[in-house]
Design a protein around this ligand. Sequence first.
Ligand SMILES: *Cc1c(COP(=O)(O)O)cnc(C)c1O
Length: 384
Amino acid sequence: MRREFLPFSRPSVSGEDIAAVGEVLRSGWITTGPRNAEFEQSFSEYVGCYGAVALSSATAGMHLALKALGIGPGDEVITPSMTWVSTVNLIVLSGAKPVFVDVDRDTLMVSAELIQQRLSAHTSMIIPVHFAGAPVDMEPIRRLAADKNIHLIEDAAHAVGTEYNGELIGKNGSAIFSFHPIKNITTGEGGMVCSDNQKFLEQVRRLKFHGLGVDAYDRQTQGRSPQAQVLEPGFKYNLPDMLAVLGLRQLARIEEFNAKRTRLALHYRKLLAGVEEILPLSVPAYPLKHSWHLFIVRLDTDKANLGRDEFMEGLKQRNIGTGLHFRPVHLQKYYRESMNIPSGSLPNTEWNAERICSLPLFPEMTEDDVTEVVDTIKEVLKHG
Ligand SMILES: *Cc1c(COP(=O)(O)O)cnc(C)c1O
C-alpha cells in the first residue's frame, strides 16, 4: 500500500511562480492592473480569440454572460445536468428556467440531437459543457443556435488547451474558462471569458467592475478621470494582479502540463484495458486534441461485486484519492425538490451518476503512480 496519500488532483506551482507572485506583492500594485491586462492579452493570443476578460472565477463569467445577454424570467436555458452546479445556480438566480439535456453515455457530452429535443419557444440560450478535457461536437450546435437565433455560451472550465477541428476552444464563439486549483492551469481562483463578439466583451468588462467601464488602475495611471461614472449597476468580479501573474506563468507551461497529463492518461487507458469491471470514458471520433483535465472511469456494477461508493472508499483506505465529476444537478437536494424531474428522464446522466469516479491525474504524478493506482483498483475489486 502507498505510504503517502495520492490526491486526485494537485496544482503545479513552481518556485518561479511563487517568486512572481512575491514580486507583485512588493510592487505596490496588488489588485487589477498591468499583470491582469497582460494575462488577458496572452490568453487571447494563445487561444486565438478576438478578445478576453479575466475574472475572479468562471462562475462570475457565467453570471456576467447571463446578465449581459439579458437572460431572466420567461427564458429557458438548455444545459446538461451532468455538470458543476454553479451554472445552474446562476440560471435559477437570474430568474430563468434551467432545462436539462441528457448526455452521451460514454463521453458525458451534449449533442445537437439531444439539445434539439429540449428546444421550446422560450429557449433563449444553450450552455454546452466540454467534458473532462475533450470538446463537445460544436459545429451542429452552432448551426442550430444560429438557425433559431439562440445565444450559445460554452462552459470551457475543463478545456484550456482542448482543440476541436484543429482550433483551440475559445477561438470561435464565446467560452468561459476556469482557473480553480484543480483545473489545467490555476490562479488560485479565477476565470476568463473569451469571445469574438466585441459588444458582449464590452458588456462583460463593464459589469465586472461596478458598471464603471474602467477599472481602478486605468483611473490612476491612464490619466482618466477619477470621477468615472456608473453606466449601469455592476458587480465586483475583477482578477487581482497577484493572481493574474500566476495565470501568466501557468499559461506559459500549458503545453508541458497537458503533455504530461496526456502521457499519464494513455498509460491509464493501456493498463485499464485489461480490467473488465472498469469502463473509461470514450474519446469522441471527430478531430480533437484532448487536454485530459480529468480521468473518469465508470465502475461496471453488473460485473463488480461492490458499489461505486464502496469502490471509492476502498481506494481511500489504501491512500488513493478520487473525485466525483459530477453528482448530477437534478439529483441535488434543492433541484430534486424544486424541479421534481421524474426518474428516467435523463437516462444516460442517471446511469453514469451511479458509476462514475475520477482517478488521480495531475502533471506531477508519475507513470509508476498510475500503475500503482491500477494495481490498487484490482485489489479493491477483489477484496472490497
Ligand atoms: C470548475 C467548473 C466551473 C466553475 O469554475 P469556477 O472558476 O470554480 O467558478 C464551471 N463548470 C464546470 C464544468 C467546472 O468544472
